[in-house]
Write a protein that binds this ligand. Structure first.
Ligand code: ZN
Length: 303
């Protein structure tokens, strides 16, 4: 049976764009819920300027409170070397570096050009490896930029080739603002895989234009090994106007498992976690599967 790894990004991408500042205890509980459901790689925080992203100001405290698990990988997202140094003082297992495919968005997101963001990501990967930690890298705005629109796939492929030289465990393609359609996902994943054949590809989709799940499927069919998703479908980027939530973990789990692809994640536990998380956030969350429920079981008699 084919297997796809789900990375839970709810504690970071899911919360960073919310006006509600979720408590440290609830963030730790969210990670615990993901672990209990079977998720084994979780983006737990980002190490960014707390004045720019106050939702992530407690990164160190959250990570210190996480259970020590040999079977789970906690990922800390970092945008620059300063963030990487902060992350390496914690017990995160893996650093997630971010570079951006367009200059305008790279400047807004992390004060760098696209080329500088690639160099910075390479520095971060080197730092993580020197410290004995795992490292991966995400190419943001890989399918379109909120300020420039079109992003050249040639440029994204060239970035992947450059990043691969630093030996990250994987390269991710992120549709930060949710503009991609499946044909583009198929084409870009295929091209990047051909350019860096030994590199596992992760994909990160926002469901801004209702193409999120279709893009997940296209990525899986094109050979991506890992998909980012957030519990309930929360998410967004504070520096990308109009960006909506990530594809939801529940919906991606349902799509894949019902298609015969194992995720190792339990849907009922995710739906339970969604109910709890709804009370934390004080509003309904975008996930449709959590609202509708799992596939009906045979013993549910009609009332
Ligand atoms: Zn995102």
């Amino acid at each position: 049976m084919r297997r796809i790894e789900l990375v839970e990004v709810g504690p970071r991408d899911g919360l960073q764009n919310e006006s509600l500042i979720v408590s440290t205890a609830d963030k730790v509980a969210l990670v615990g819920r993901a672990l209990a459901a079977g998720v084994r790689r979780i983006e737990v925080a980002s190490f960014v300027n707390p004045r720019r992203v106050p939702q992530m100001a407690d990164a160190e405290t959250v990570i210190a409170a996480l259970p020590d698990r040999d079977d789970a990988i906690y990922v800390g997202l970092v945008l620059n070397v300063r963030g990487a140094k902060r992350a390496l003082l914690t017990k995160v297992d893996e650093l997630g570096a971010v570079c951006v495919a367009s200059d305008s968005f790279a400047m807004r997101n992390q004060g760098q050009t696209s080329a500088e963001s690639v160099q910075s990501a390479r520095d971060i990967i080197a730092l993580a490896k020197a410290a004995g930690r795992s490292a991966q890298v995400t190419i943001g705005a890989a399918f379109g930029c909120p300020f420039e629109g079109f992003v050249s796939p040639d440029h994204v492929v060239a970035m992947a080739v450059e990043l691969a030289k630093s030996g990250p465990r994987e390269i991710a393609l992120a549709d930060t603002i949710g503009v991609a359609v499946p044909a583009e996902v198929t084409a870009l994943v295929t091209r990047v895989r051909a350019a860096v054949p030994d590199m596992p590809i992760r994909c990160h989709f926002h469901d801004t234009r209702n193409t999120g799940l279709a893009n997940v499927w296209a990525a899986v069919e094109a050979g991506a090994t890992t998909i980012d998703a957030s519990l309930g479908g929360l998410g967004g980027c504070p520096f990308a106007p109009g960006a909506a939530g990530n594809v939801s973990t529940e919906d991606v789990q349902y799509l894949l498992e019902r298609s015969g692809i194992a995720t190792g994640v339990d849907l009922d536990m995710l739906i339970d976690a969604n109910r709890w998380f709804t009370t934390v956030m004080g509003k309904p969350l975008p996930s449709m599967v959590a609202r509708a429920g799992a596939f009906p079981s045979a013993n549910q008699s009609e009332q």
